[in-house]
Design a binder for this molecule. Structure first.
Ligand SMILES: [Zn+2]
Length: 384
């Protein structure tokens, strides 16, 4: 509506004074009645992973009462019918539902659509397919010569790996590894000061490896990128699940943490953007955080579930400080209450106080989609 309103400079040339006054009045009224589009930095409340329908409803109510829309990153292939119905309700009420990958992983996925499963099960990029469960493991192509790979010495005894240099431990988080002299891609699961060697789908190995002195190649995320065919399958499964629950098709891709390395933003743009109409992602492989719409929209993302020391007042102070410095501020919650002696009851009470303070102090808020638009403009991506 505002787009069609002339600026005073354009209208100043002609017409009777009364008509001009009338037009200015119309403009003023139009501006006053239009929803306030906040152009500056704003706060985004993001909640990741699947939770019970009752917890989702409760947290949405808390924010909704204060006019705040929450951005939920959900794991579509793991949703129950009840959770799906709940998300549909939340979406109808204006909250944003985002794609956190079908099964919170790049290299495994559960299908719900038999035809789609039958189409994929014998493709060359599929490692294993379980007919009964309609589960698929995808292959991971690695680039063993990638310049960002790191090499460390380690010993492996009974499948437990210990690095010669303890500082290597910090590097392996979220990374796949290779063991020199052996085929395959492995994962490392922390076990005290050492690591259990698993296969890349997090399964224990059938054979317990023993190697006195071996070279471990820690692959850079850039060296373990899923191919476009795998990304296409993942996007297809998420879309099928969103359609199944009557949700608007997902447009934002949110990287799962923990085990999973990120995906190159160019692949996300190519497959998710151009083929599936996504408008952005939270990933920053080969791009800096906040550099473009595929490498997160925010400058700063902080965990919301801060433990017993955090107070809602302190949290809102921090948010206001960052907005005043011109930074969009995202808080990511997993609805974790393990650091709170009062458990989820205390979590909900603190979150309620937090939301109340946002409203009292008139903190501007936005969804992830609004954040991307504010920073990078309207997407040009076309839907398939
Ligand atoms: Zn997650």
């Amino acid at each position: 509506m505002i787009d069609s309103v002339h600026t005073p400079a354009e209208s100043a040339g002609g017409g009777l004074p009364a008509a001009r006054i009338g037009r200015f009045l119309a403009i003023a009224l139009a501006l006053a009645s239009a929803p306030l589009a906040f152009a500056g930095p704003a706060f985004t409340m993001r909640i990741d992973d699947n939770h019970s329908a009752s917890d989702w409803l409760r947290v949405a109510d808390i924010f909704e009462r204060r006019g705040v829309k929450v951005s939920f990153a959900v794991v579509p292939a793991a949703l129950s019918e009840e959770q799906g119905r709940c998300l549909k309700k939340l979406s109808d009420r204006g909250h944003l539902i985002m794609d956190h990958l079908p099964n919170h992983a790049f290299y495994k996925a559960t299908y719900h659509d038999r035809a789609a499963f039958d189409r994929v099960k014998s493709k060359p990029f599929v490692q294993e397919a379980d007919e009964k469960e309609m589960k698929v493991l995808f292959k991971c192509e690695v680039d063993p010569a990638h310049p960002e790979n790191r090499r460390f010495r380690a010993g492996v005894k009974g499948g437990i790996l210990t690095f010669a240099d303890p500082s290597a431990k910090k590097i392996v988080y979220c990374r796949f590894v290779g063991l020199k002299g052996r085929d395959g891609v492995y994962g490392l699961k922390p076990k005290g000061d050492a690591f259990e060697v698993l296969d890349m789908w997090k399964r224990p190995l059938a054979e317990k490896i023993d190697m006195d002195d071996c070279e471990v190649v820690v692959y850079s995320p850039a060296a373990t990128q899923p191919c476009d065919d795998v990304l296409r399958e993942l996007a297809g499964i998420s879309r099928e699940r969103f359609d199944h629950f009557g949700l608007p098709r997902p447009t934002i891709w949110v990287r799962p943490g923990g085990w999973e390395p990120g995906v190159d933003w160019k692949s996300l743009e190519r497959v998710y953007g151009r083929e599936f109409g996504y408008i952005g992602a939270d990933s920053h492989v080969n791009a800096r955080q906040g550099e473009n719409r595929w490498s997160t929209g925010y400058d700063k993302m902080v965990f919301f579930d801060q433990g017993k020391d955090y107070t809602p007042e302190g949290l809102v102070d921090e948010i206001q400080k960052s907005l005043a410095a011109g930074k969009h501020h995202v808080r990511l919650s997993h609805m974790w209450a393990m650091n709170l002696s009062g458990g989820m009851k205390e979590w909900f009470e603190k979150t309620d106080r937090f939301a109340g303070l946002l409203a009292d102090r008139k903190v501007p808020t936005q969804t992830m989609a609004e954040l991307l638009e504010a920073r990078f403009g309207r997407p040009s991506a076309k839907r398939k």
